[in-house]
Design a protein around this ligand. Structure first.
Ligand code: MSP
Length: 519
C-alpha cells in the first residue's frame, strides 16, 4: 500500500460540534491511525462546510456576518478535534480562497462540457439538508424526513446539472464494485434512489442566497452548496481543473470518504456524477456510518439533549480522550446507529480499559518486579501458547478495517485481552512462585508481556495515549508496523523498576482519577 487518502464529511458551522460530529471524526482518525500502521503515507482530510442559506440565516439571527459566524464556529470544531486527538493532515474551510476559486472553475468546466443548463423551477427546499426534496420522500405530514420541518416552496431560475446523463454509468459502477458503498446493505438503498433520479439544481438565485460562491460570468447566481462542499475532497489536495498539483496526482482517488448515512445520496450519486463529468476517477470506497442517539433519543436542539464532546471529557475529569474514543468507536456495529449514555460509558470503559486491559499489564509487571526484580531472563523465552491467537487477531483486525468494521475490530482486540487474562488465571503465576517453580512463573509472565505488545499496537488507533503508556512500560516501539509485529517483542534483561509501573487507565469513578485530573 503506497498511500492512503481518507476524508470525513465537512461539518456545517451553524452551530458548535456535538458528539455525532465527533463520532465520525473519531472513526476516521482510528482508520487513519490503523492505516499508518500499514503504510507510510496517510493523508487525512477534514474541515468545515461554510456556505449556504443555513449559515446565512443563523448569522442574521445572531446579528453577525456569516464570515464572523464561520470563523467563530470553525474554530470550535478545530478545538474539539484537538481535544479528541484527531490527528488530521489538513483542515479545509470552504471559505478558503483557493477552494472558492477551484469551485468556480469546476462549475465552469461542467458548463463547457454541456452538462449544465438554465431552467425555471419550483421545488421544495429543506434548509437543514440544503437541498430540494422529492415530494414522494416527505413524511405523511409533508415534512422533511430527516429534519421534521416543512420544506420551503422555492421558485427560481437556476442552473441545472444533467445528473440523468450519468445514471447508467453510476448504476454500473455500483453493481461492478460491491465494495464501493460500505456497508453493502446501503448499496441497495442507493440503487433504489437512482431509479427515479432527475437532473438537479446546482445554483441558487443571489436574491435568496447571498452567502455562496458566485457562478463565474453570472453574478446573479451562487453555486449550490453540494457542488461547493463535495469538491473539497479534490480542491484540498490541489485540484483546480487547469492545474493539478503533485499531491492531487499522488492521493486521488480517495481510498475512502467516511460520511453519515443521511448524506449517502450526495456522495454515491451526485459526487460520482460530478467526477465522471470532470473525467476524474471515482473514490474507492464510501463508508456510511450510522447515527448516534442520546439515551436512545435523536439529538436535537429542541429536545435540549445535544452533548458536546468536550463536556463529556470535563464531566468525567478525563486527562485525555482515549476512553471516549474507545466508547464511541465501539458504540455500534458497522454502519448501524449507536447510543451514548453516561452510565453505559462509565461501565464499559471501566470494564474494558481499566479492569481487563490496564489491570492485566499492571499485575503482570508487578509480579515481574516482585519475583524477578523486573528482569526477563533468557530462559523465560520460548513457545508461547497465546501466540497463535494473537497473530491471528492481527489479521482479523486488518480484515475488519478493510471493511470499516471499527467496532468489530475493537471487540476482537478485547477478546485477545480476555484470552490473555484467562491464561493468567489458568496458569496462576503467583501459585507457581509460591511453589518455587520460578522458571515456569517467569515464562508465563514473559508470554503475557509479549502479547501485551501486540495488544498495545492494536489498541493504539483507538487509545493512542494508553497505548503509548503501555509501550513505554514494555520498552516496545509503538511505531512498529503491523506486519512487523511478532509474539516475541520483549527483550531479555531488566524491563522495569517498581516505581515506573503506572496504571495506564484509571477507572472513571476512582478517587485517583479525580485527583490526577485535578492536578
Ligand atoms: N456539510 C454537510 C456535509 C458535506 S460533506 C461534503 C453536512 N454537515 S453536518 O454538519 O450536518 O454533518 C456532518 C457529518 O456529521 C455528516 O456525516 C453527518 O452524518 C454526521 N452527523 C451529524 N449528526 C450525527 C449524529 N447524531 N450521529 C452521527 N453522525 C452524525 O451534512
Amino acid at each position: 500500500m503506497e498511500k492512503y487518502y481518507l476524508t470525513t464529511a465537512i461539518d456545517y458551522v451553524n452551530g458548535a460540534p456535538h458528539i455525532g460530529h465527533a463520532y465520525e471524526k473519531i472513526l476516521t482518525d482510528i482508520i487513519a491511525r490503523h492505516y499508518s500502521q500499514r503504510c507510510d503515507d496517510v493523508y487525512f482530510l477534514t474541515g468545515t462546510d461554510e456556505h449556504g442559506i443555513k449559515i446565512q440565516k443563523t448569522a442574521a439571527a445572531k446579528d453577525i456576518t456569516p464570515k464572523e459566524l464561520c470563523d467563530e464556529n470553525s474554530r470550535k470544531f478545530k478545538d474539539a478535534w484537538k481535544a479528541l486527538d484527531i490527528d488530521y493532515t489538513k483542515f479545509i474551510r470552504t471559505t478558503d480562497d483557493y477552494h472558492e476559486k477551484a469551485v468556480q472553475h469546476i462549475f465552469k468546466k461542467l458548463v463547457e462540457k454541456g452538462d449544465i443548463y438554465k431552467h425555471s423551477y419550483e421545488g421544495l427546499y429543506c434548509t437543514g439538508c440544503e437541498c430540494f426534496l422529492n415530494p414522494k420522500d416527505l413524511t405523511e405530514d409533508g415534512l422533511c424526513p430527516t429534519h421534521l420541518k416543512k420544506p420551503e416552496v422555492v421558485s427560481e431560475e437556476n442552473y441545472f446539472f444533467k445528473l440523468t446523463k450519468y445514471k447508467d454509468a453510476i448504476v454500473k459502477h455500483i453493481k461492478e464494485h460491491p465494495d464501493f458503498i460500505l456497508p453493502q446493505f446501503r448499496a441497495n438503498e442507493v440503487l433504489n434512489q437512482l431509479e427515479d433520479i432527475q437532473d438537479i439544481s446546482v445554483s441558487r438565485s443571489k436574491s435568496n442566497v447571498q452567502w455562496g460562491i458566485d457562478v463565474l460570468d453570472d453574478s446573479e447566481q451562487s453555486i449550490y452548496v453540494w457542488i461547493d462542499a463535495l469538491s473539497n475532497y479534490v480542491t484540498a489536495i490541489g485540484y483546480d481543473t487547469e492545474n493539478q498539483s503533485d499531491d492531487f496526482k499522488k492521493y486521488w482517488p480517495a481510498d475512502v470518504h467516511v460520511i453519515g448515512k443521511d448524506i449517502l445520496k450526495f456522495h454515491s450519486i451526485y459526487w460520482p456524477a460530478f467526477l465522471l463529468a470532470l473525467d476524474l476517477p471515482l473514490p474507492k470506497h464510501i463508508f456510511a456510518h450510522g447515527w448516534i442517539t442520546i439515551d436512545e433519543s435523536k439529538m436535537s436542539k429542541s429536545l435540549g439533549n445535544v452533548i458536546s464532546p468536550t463536556s463529556v471529557m470535563e464531566n468525567f475529569n478525563m486527562e485525555n480522550a482515549d476512553a471516549f474514543r474507545y466508547y464511541m468507536a465501539t458504540s455500534a456495529p458497522c454502519g448501524r446507529d449507536g447510543n451514548y449514555s453516561d452510565d453505559d460509558f462509565k461501565e464499559k470503559v471501566n470494564a474494558h480499559l481499566a479492569n481487563s486491559m490496564g489491570n492485566l499489564l499492571n499485575r503482570t509487571l508487578s509480579m515481574l518486579v516482585k519475583y524477578f526484580d523486573g528482569e526477563v531472563k533468557s530462559e523465560f523465552k520460548g513457545d508461547n501458547p497465546l501466540a497463535k491467537k494473537a497473530l491471528n487477531t492481527i489479521s482479523i483486525v486488518k480484515n475488519h478495517f478493510d471493511n470499516f468494521e471499527i467496532s468489530e475490530a475493537g471487540f476482537e482486540i478485547i477478546s485477545l485481552v480476555d484470552s490473555t487474562n484467562k491464561y493468567v488465571q489458568d496458569t496462576a503465576p503467583w501459585t507457581l512462585a509460591k511453589e518455587g517453580k520460578m522458571s515456569e512463573c517467569g515464562k508465563v509472565l514473559t508470554n503475557v508481556l509479549d502479547i501485551m505488545c501486540i495488544i498495545a499496537s492494536l489498541i493504539y488507533p483507538y487509545c493512542p495515549n494508553i497505548a503509548r503508556s503501555m509501550a513505554s512500560q514494555l520498552s516496545f516501539n509503538i511505531n512498529t508496523k503491523l506486519d512487523d509485529l511478532t509474539s516475541d517483542s520483549i527483550k531479555v534483561g531488566k524491563l522495569i523498576e517498581k516505581e515506573n509501573i503506572k496504571p495506564v487507565f484509571l477507572r472513571l469513578d476512582s478517587e485517583l482519577a479525580d485527583k490526577s485530573a485535578k492536578k
